[in-house]
Design a protein around this ligand. Structure first.
Ligand code: ADP
Ligand code: MG
Length: 583
């Protein structure tokens, strides 16, 4: 018997299905695409058990007659294209004819549909591995699709599903992506019997974006348009007075699909360059409608990526168009972009990290140099006075009203210490320790943002002992973002990471495994904070430095997670005593 065998059709189907449908959220995405392609003006979604138990989508679109309904679940059956040429012109969200067939291979599927031309509805019921059945039934025009027990027949895949709550939030994210791009459709999202989103049809993208994200406040949000060769674009932007540490409010849609495209996202950042403090990101949603022949969506099973015919021209048009719009805005209302105006408690994650320079703030004279190192160095080494170290656990400055307003940033010295003056005191702030503490507090106070890995990183435990250690801490550190799932004896897959962790995830994991701490969650958060914080030698923009100082001085416990002080204070009296002006 030859070693190689052609797989039975059912197995082959299940494998292919896994490429299109890998979790409840991708199933929901396909069903929403179908409802939108059917011209629905109203779509209702209900999920149970994070979508693994059931997903129900009801639309009022064009529906299907009996013949089409029977064909709809066959592989490569589509009404949206007829041949390869149409791939270049298809404006529909679907075109591969794979979704319903994949769903039918991996779950119980029930479709009830009625088209405008037919007097009665039909119901199709399909179970993996058996022939579908059809019957006449009552129903209005449109389609109702119910999917139950996803991957019940595919335990290997099921194992990769997350907790129902996580899957539900991924479903809701998919729902939001579709809803944002289709403001004219009214939509509802219900999970476990609770309606979480109810969105009436609306006129503009701006209105729809604000229905989900009203953080910047309606008054500040604009909707500029721009055009280029073969495409037109619209953006929903907040003025530069609003910004964030992460890119959560930066999203790109092309032909009404949300895509992950680094070049366009960084083009948005570039449009705001000089208007935001270093390391900050804008509120910017980009919607591009483009001639389908200039964009190929057929490169990613989930159509999350797109290949543009001329990516450079597109990015340039976005950046140039938005940049000139923004500059007009700032000229018209300069008071909107005061330094640090919007950095308050609502932006606790503000990242003071490495910026690309080119700020609109005028640099403070001498701010990048600081006082000559030597004098300070020797002064500190001789210790003619004792600089005050903040006492543990006391609110040294947070209670002093107005302190933050009176701070003046003088510069940075020894590539590490921010020098800040306030009234009679001079503060030296360890920029790394301060940033680390702030990030640590922020991570500890809420649920840290987590990035799911598209391709899990595999880790083999080096010993049984290490395997047991991972098993013991996996659940606890998952809450800090390090999602580890057992894939076999001694084998683990790292499926998610703390969003703040930019590089070397395995190094961070090693650190956690090699130095077991009594509290692994705290250790995981501390490792993340330490790795995400600015380092010694990183140069900060004056505005970022000032903001970091302001927050460091307001810390209730100004020690880094390892217990070292974050800042020291020298008073006028200390200095005068040092040079013997007073005794
Ligand atoms: P595709 O969307 O790529 O064509 P699908 O497998 O998702 O492939 O759907 C197959 C066909 O079933 C579609 O082309 C469409 O004709 C029909 N169909 C699916 N869902 C709906 C719906 N909600 N309303 C009307 N027709 C639908
Ligand atoms: Mg489809």
């Amino acid at each position: 018997m030859p070693r190689i065998q052609v797989l039975p059709p059912e197995t082959a189907r299940l494998i292919a299905a896994g490429e299109v449908i890998d979790r409840p959220a991708s199933l929901l995405r396909e069903l929403l695409d179908n409802a939108i392609d059917a011209g629905a003006s109203d779509i209702q979604v209900e999920i149970q058990g994070g979508g693994s138990t059931s997903v129900l989508v009801i639309d009022d679109g064009m529906g299907m007659d009996a013949d089409d309904l029977a064909l709809s679940i066959l592989p490569h059956a589509t009404s949206k294209i007829r041949g390869t040429d149409d791939l270049l012109t298809a404006r529909s969200l679907g075109f591969r004819g794979e979704a319903l067939a994949s769903i039918a291979a991996a779950a119980r599927l029930e479709i009830t549909s009625r088209s405008a031309e037919t007097p009665e509805a039909r119901r199709l019921v399909s179970r993996p591995g058996s022939a579908p059945t059809m019957e006449a039934t009552h129903g209005r025009q449109g389609t109702r699709v119910l999917v139950e027990g996803l991957f019940d027949n595919f335990p290997a895949r099921r194992q990769f599903q997350k907790r129902a709550q996580t899957e539900a939030s991924l479903c809701r994210q998919v729902f939001a992506d579709k809803a944002l791009a289709h403001p004219a459709v009214s939509l509802r999202f219900t999970s476990e019997g609770r309606t979480l989103d109810r969105l009436p049809a609306c006129e503009s993208l701006r209105e729809r974006v604000l229905a989900f994200h009203d953080d910047p406040g309606e008054a500040l949000v604009h909707e500029p348009r721009f055009t280029g060769q073969g495409f037109e674009g619209r953006a929903v932007l907040a003025s530069p007075a609003f910004y964030r540490a992460d890119r959560r409010f930066m999203q790109v849609f092309v032909n009404r699909r949300r895509i992950q495209d680094y070049s366009l996202v960084s083009g948005l950042d570039q449009a705001f360059e000089g208007l935001l403090p270093g390391g900050a990101h804008p509120f910017a949603f980009l919607f591009i409608e483009m001639d389908p022949s200039l964009a190929d969506f057929n490169i990613h099973p989930a159509k999350r990526e797109v290949r543009f015919r001329d990516p450079g021209a597109l990015r340039h048009a976005v950046t140039a168009g938005l940049s000139s719009f923004l500059r007009g805005l700032v000229r018209a209302r300069p008071e909107r972009v005061e330094a640090g105006e919007e950095i308050g408690d609502s932006h606790p994650a503000f990242d003071f990290g490495r910026h690309s320079g080119g700020s609109w703030y005028a640099p403070l004279p001498g701010s990048s140099e600081g006082p000559p190192g030597q004098g300070w160095d020797s002064l500190l080494r001789e210790r003619p006075f004792s600089p005050q170290v903040p006492p543990r656990g006391t609110d040294t400055l947070g209670t002093e009203p107005g302190l933050a307003d009176r701070l003046c940033y003088l510069g940075t010295t020894m590539e590490l210490f921010l020098i800040v003056e306030s009234g009679d005191s001079l503060y030296l702030i360890d920029q790394h320790a301060a940033h680390e503490r702030l990030l640590f507090d922020e991570l500890s106070s809420g649920k840290p943002a987590i990035q799911e890995l598209l391709v899990p990183i595999l880790h083999e435990a080096e010993s049984d002992e290490e395997d047991a250690r991972i098993a013991a801490m996996a659940e606890v550190i998952a809450g800090a973002g390090f999602g580890l799932e057992r894939t076999g004896e001694g084998s683990w897959a790292l499926v998610s990471l703390p969003a703040l962790l930019a590089a070397d995830p395995m190094g961070a994991l090693r650190e956690l495994l090699d130095c077991p701490e009594a509290d692994p969650r705290k250790a995981a958060l501390a490792t993340t904070a330490c790795r995400a914080a600015v380092k010694d030698g990183d140069r900060l923009e004056p505005a970022a430095a000032l903001e970091l100082a302001r927050r460091a001085l307001a810390l209730p416990e100004p020690r880094c997670p390892h217990g070292r002080p974050v800042w020291i204070r020298l008073t006028r009296a200390d200095l005068f005593r040092a040079v013997r002006r007073i005794v």
